[in-house]
Design a protein around this ligand. Structure first.
Ligand code: ZN
Ligand code: ZN
Length: 117
């Protein structure tokens, strides 16, 4: 084989290698783009979670939550003027049912049924 022909062939091999390298670069760029997309998605869902945390209302110590959703430490609701829910007292042992446990139908201390109007 003449020397010139060999040179030509090695040139072709080099450009094939360059092509393969370019393809690898493109692939890794595509991976990076995908990763960035996933990061962005994760950031968005973190942000959503934080917002939901803020929305969740739970009465702090000494506070009561009105039917309208307002949290109050005063005698009457500051948002709608309602009185706080009256605590139900057990007719037998006088245990006070907490205002936020209105689903309880029986006394937590002695099991007596609450008399509700
Ligand atoms: Zn209210
Ligand atoms: Zn009781």
């Amino acid at each position: 084989m003449p020397f010139k022909k060999l040179q030509e062939i090695s040139g072709v091999i080099n450009s094939v290698n360059d092509g393969a390298r370019a393809v690898r670069n493109v692939t890794s760029t595509a991976n990076n783009v995908q990763r960035t997309g996933q990061d962005a998605q994760r950031t968005v869902s973190n942000f959503k979670n934080k917002r939901e945390d803020k929305k969740a209302k739970k009465a702090a110590a000494g506070m009561w939550v009105c039917d309208c959703g307002e949290q109050n430490s005063t005698k009457f609701c500051g948002a709608c003027g309602s009185a706080p829910p009256v605590p139900v007292v057990c007719p037998k042992c006088k245990w006070k049912r907490p205002a936020d446990k209105s689903s309880m139908k029986f006394c937590g201390e002695c099991g007596t049924k609450f008399e509700e109007d």
